[in-house]
Design a protein around this ligand. Sequence first.
Ligand SMILES: [Zn+2]
Length: 134
Amino acid sequence: MDGKGKKTRSVCPVCGGALPAGRKDMRFCSVRCKSRWHYLREGRARVFRRKLLGTLERNYRILDALLAEGTTSMTIPDLAQAGYDFSCITSYHKVGNRNEYRCFDIKYYQSGSRIFHLERVVPISLSSGLPPSD
Ligand SMILES: [Zn+2]
């Protein structure tokens, strides 16, 4: 706080209640309203991003496990049963008459009933200095 205080509010922007008298540094009437303000402004977007990233991570782990066991094709119900969320991918391309989906560096084609040609697009580079995962 630099104490400029050009904008002085007389009421709490969350609940409309009066701010404590003589406390021009306070924007909110209470800690509860301050928390609520930040939740409303940033919280929902952050929660949304976190859930989306979590779903992408789960999808990736499922596809990665399939590749590890040599599986390159699976029915959509079986993949859904495994917890895969088809609405959560990192990219989609129309390739000829095929629908190509990607989850990070793993891609597959999808027909009405199954995914197929599951494969890794780019070999994982070890030049980043990350230790091998296994
Ligand atoms: Zn308030």
